[in-house]
Design a protein around this ligand. Sequence first.
Ligand SMILES: Nc1nc2c(c(=O)[nH]1)N[C@H]1C(S)=C(S)[C@@H](COP(=O)(O)OP(=O)(O)OC[C@H]3O[C@@H](n4cnc5c(=O)[nH]c(N)nc54)[C@H](O)[C@@H]3O)O[C@H]1N2
Ligand SMILES: Nc1nc2c(c(=O)[nH]1)N[C@H]1C(S)=C(S)[C@@H](COP(=O)(O)OP(=O)(O)OC[C@H]3O[C@@H](n4cnc5c(=O)[nH]c(N)nc54)[C@H](O)[C@@H]3O)O[C@H]1N2
Ligand SMILES: [Mo]
Length: 739
Amino acid sequence: MSNETISQADGDVKIVRTTSTFDCGGRCPIRLHVKNNRIIRIEGDDAEEPEQLRTCLRCRAFRQYVHHPQRLMYPQKRIGERGEGKFERISWDEALETLAGELTRVKETYGNEGIFLATGGGYLAGLHNGGLAAQRLMNQFGGCVTHYGNISSEGAVWASLTQYGSVMVGNSREDLLNSKLIILWGWDPARMISGTNTMYHVIKAKENGAKIIAVDPRYHDTAATVADEWIPIRPGTDTAVFVAMAHVMINENLHDRAFLDKYTIGFDKFKEYVLGREDGIEKTPAWAAEISGVEAAVIERLAREYAGTNPAALMDCQGPARSAMGEQFNRCAATLCAMTGNVGRAGGSACGGLMGLPIGHMFRMSAIPPGKNPFELDGPNVKGTLDIRMRVIKRVHINKIFDAILEGKQGGYPTDIKMMWSMCNNYLNQTGNSNKAARALQKLEFFCAQELFMTAQARYADLLLPVTTAAERSDLTRPWPSGPYFTFMNRALQPLGECKSDLVIVSELAERLGIEGFNPYTEEEWLKMFIDHNPEYQEHIKDYDKFREDGIHRVKLDEPIIAFKEHIDDIENNPFPTPSGKIEIFSQRVADLAKPDTPPIPKYMPTPEDRNDPLVETYPLQLLTPHPKNRVHSELYMVPWLREVEEHRAWINPIDADSRGIKDGDEIYVFNDRGKVAITAWVTERIIPGVVSIFEGAWFDPDDEGIDHGACANTLTKDAYSGGGAAVMNTSLVEVEKV
Ligand SMILES: Nc1nc2c(c(=O)[nH]1)N[C@H]1C(S)=C(S)[C@@H](COP(=O)(O)OP(=O)(O)OC[C@H]3O[C@@H](n4cnc5c(=O)[nH]c(N)nc54)[C@H](O)[C@@H]3O)O[C@H]1N2
Ligand SMILES: Nc1nc2c(c(=O)[nH]1)N[C@H]1C(S)=C(S)[C@@H](COP(=O)(O)OP(=O)(O)OC[C@H]3O[C@@H](n4cnc5c(=O)[nH]c(N)nc54)[C@H](O)[C@@H]3O)O[C@H]1N2
Ligand SMILES: [Mo]
């Protein structure tokens, strides 16, 4: 199980155990075969079943990513117009001098609130994490402006914290084998994985006799492989169906009253709403059928089946929650879990959309704390990145970064942003309204991007700094949301070209800014300290050298992890971490906010750009933008093997295609007031009529007329957020026409 060397006549091949650091949530153990500083082959995990973690297609193609001919290899400065993509090679000396100079100039001219630091999910390990290193530097430089809100899952986070007071709402995946019924509600793990072995366990559960139902506007890959039934539904209407399912359960007395009495508060208020005593509208299956397109009889059957099958796992994810009333989806799903007594029970589920496990979660990763001389000044409290106190002067919502740059104080934002320093993200491509983002980047006085590739966003940089890949560093990482295991990344390659990790770049910048002692330890020393100071590693990892050699430590569980089990087993001594100590179907904290868009009980509410919006006259189709199986967002976009997996196409139902004279394989435009993309049509019954789907992450590539030939989904989405803070990525109206 250790790192080995194979001798060959023309040189040695080292086999290095590591993992990737992508934001897919999984961590596939990979064995990189390295010769002359090149990866020549990749093998997956060599553990036996059932422990073996099935290495995914993206990790298997990692070699073509690391050694891609278009990787950035040296620092560059812009010589053409912004966004034109014309650059000139410069030295690291000039590059760092320029960045230090701009940071100092903006600070002296406008104050630290003119500096915007944009971080992201590009690299999810503890030590070389660019965002954390840069934030630590900015703390010592007097602060900066940054973003708040989780672009992925703020709706789910809001819902979980409101309902349960915790984001660790997941059961470990092998618990699916205890389920008799699994409902994939906006969940497609065959594609977006939800942790490395999730699909493996879904298949095992099926073999074990579980019935599987998928509720989704798309007949997705998981539905196609394992589901007994697909229930198509209109986007943004799930909460109406949940509420109607609650109606059926209440009417037919199928709900678990003893559970509700003992563990929850506010069910009475929810019931008043469901039965129409609050607003005069009874939330019957017929009412929900009208909204969702799911037949009333199907809603009734689903309610009876879910309430009558014990235990049953309702699996809600984040896609439906990345929408204009996203948090209501996860909150209402969690309410159904309580109504059926499935919370804290083996084979059940708590919902909440996050599926995170309390052991080995990324949120509890080790990182260098923000102080100057971390371990001395801040003590051994390196528990988790979420605990780190950032010296952030002012913040803007993550889906409003570019609007804030454009509108500034005059537009009601807390500051006027003058420069952006960016790493580990491609937000022009990945937040709402890419055309607006491109306009905003034009307005900046200075923009520095640390990147691996000339991405859609990097093209707008004034200064481009080349960064190493995960193969070129040692580090510690862990999966989200499943596991439980910890991974050690062994450095396989010396940095390629002139690339440096963000930590190294930031450390060298610190020296130029006169900040001393910023990075006093070697990589090896840091990693050892992370292990020594983190109670979670201390509990699980007894042999550091073995962990490093194996590249992985799997936590052996006697029983599956069941979220909230300890509360359900003994609520008197283990109250939920909510103000009431119970599951809050009604939340006083939310009531106190007194915001109409965040009701204290979960509710279905119509929103702008749903089917009821008069805008449907102009833009009659709803747009979905799910995550791609052959990339992680916009990462890996350039990898040829992964391109072969699936062409970037817009899913459209034959009914919508026929009425527009569109045939499978035709070039089409998908457009609205925010933008226009050119893309190939995939005419398929795997999507319901009235809905078009374009996978997120393809690179924005507008021509002179503004037509995006890369067909980036966010050319069409808007830069809005819901009452609970969810980025609105799946609530957009569009029209389609043949080119
Ligand atoms: N329409 C639509 N948009 C979405 C979503 C959606 O569902 N629909 N999903 C959203 C979600 S859930 C997320 S999490 C976001 C993701 O948004 P981003 O985090 O912006 O997405 P990525 O495409 O992963 O971009 C990461 C970038 O970091 C770079 N990178 C990788 N490693 C390093 C490193 O070590 N250092 C530096 N400096 N850079 C590195 C990569 O080359 C890549 O360009 O997208 C969101 N956008
Ligand atoms: N391969 C791969 N894996 C990934 C990622 C990736 O980019 N590539 N990204 C990772 C990240 S950062 C995240 S946050 C997660 C995201 O994981 P999710 O948020 O779960 O992924 P999505 O693909 O956005 O949505 C899941 C499903 O929701 C459906 N859906 C959308 N809107 C609705 C609706 O209104 N109602 C219903 N019922 N269904 C709806 C979509 O059709 C899709 O099948 O995935 C992670 N895993
Ligand atoms: Mo995400």
